[in-house]
Unconditional design. Structure first.
Length: 320
């Protein structure tokens, strides 16, 4: 029997009329101006940094595989921030913002799809590092342009498909009144918290998505780096070992940032959800880490620095 005060999204017309309200940071109205300016500056710098990396990679006629994947990662981060931050800024300016069920579903789908594509891209990049370190003589043959394009397409389609299934499962649930989301965007745990269903079956789609988007890519990354570690143990020269490891350190830093935040937010039961804590972690996840990615790669990757020097007409950029 349906619960009192619930509305089930069972067709398009019903979904079009149902609305949610994003509370955002309504409890910090006294800091609204400061938060708005801070987020706006971080957002603009993030867009500029990732756009510069993406343009630098795309303008390079001969792109090695790692550079190609960096360009795809920057494109994902560009879309990622555009999906989340503008609506969050609007909510800060207005003290909260309404969003239709269709708009909320679209935002959730794009957010999960882009995040999933990033997980798959990080796994593809770890395979690239494995081939570069463990099979350097076959690197050019194994990591051809055709394979890189197929991997990038598979990452995008995989993220899109899993996100579509998860979003459809979430928005088939009945939602209780009032439909107030204690978050600054339609994140999956925050929306699931509003579902009238009290059993764990409502969380199964999120669990399945976590296995496909987080656990499996992470296992692939772990296996790749275990193979790299074994290969480096056989390198007797400290210089050679350090050089090989330096090619992986940027990817490792980004992987730890991405998976650390994602694991904290999504791999846990709904009963442990804490709105205030999750909003803080999501701020790092959606604002700080995309800002840091261009810094990490431009500082650690000589090819990126070289391309940026050519673009900006300067002799030195990002010297350590």
């Amino acid at each position: 029997m349906p619960c009192e005060g619930c509305m089930e999204w069972d067709n398009v017309s019903t979904g079009a009329t149902m609305e949610f309200f994003l509370l955002g940071f309504s409890e910090l109205l006294h800091l609204r101006v400061l938060l708005f300016l801070t987020f706006l500056i971080v957002h603009l710098v993030t867009l500029a940094g990732n756009a510069m990396i993406f343009m630098a990679v795309m303008m390079e006629p001969s792109r090695p595989p790692m550079l190609f994947f960096l360009g795809q990662l920057s494109a994902v981060e560009l879309c990622y921030t555009l999906v989340i931050v503008p609506k969050a800024l609007l909510g800060l300016a207005a003290g909260g913002s309404a969003i239709s069920a269709l708009g909320c579903a679209a935002q959730m789908h794009l957010f999960v799809a882009l995040g999933g594509a990033e997980c798959f891209l990080l796994a593809a990049m770890s395979y690239d590092r494995y081939v570069a370190v463990c099979q350097p003589l076959r690197y050019a043959a194994l990591m051809g342009e055709g394979l890189c394009l197929r991997l990038a397409l598979a990452c995008a389609l995989g993220g899109f498909a899993v996100a579509l299934g998860l979003t459809a499962a979430v928005f088939r649930l009945p939602f209780c009144q009032p439909r107030r989301i204690e978050h600054f965007f339609c994140d999956v745990p925050a929306v699931l918290r509003l579902a009238c269903a009290q059993d764990y079956a409502a969380e199964l789609p999120l669990l399945a998505a976590c296995v496909l988007l987080l656990l499996l890519p992470f296992l692939l990354i772990l296996v790749s780096y275990l193979c790299i570690a074994v290969a480096l143990l056989g390198v007797t020269s400290p210089v050679g070992r350090g050089k090989a490891f330096s090619t992986c350190i940027s990817h490792l830093a980004v992987t730890l940032l991405h998976y650390g935040c994602a694991t904290f937010i999504y791999i846990r039961p709904k009963s442990s959800y804490s709105p205030a804590r999750d909003k803080v972690v999501s701020l790092v996840y959606t604002n700080i880490t995309p800002l840091m990615y261009p810094l990490i790669y431009s500082l650690r990757n000589k090819e990126i620095r070289g391309i940026l020097r050519k673009m900006l007409g300067r002799k030195k950029i990002g010297e350590l």
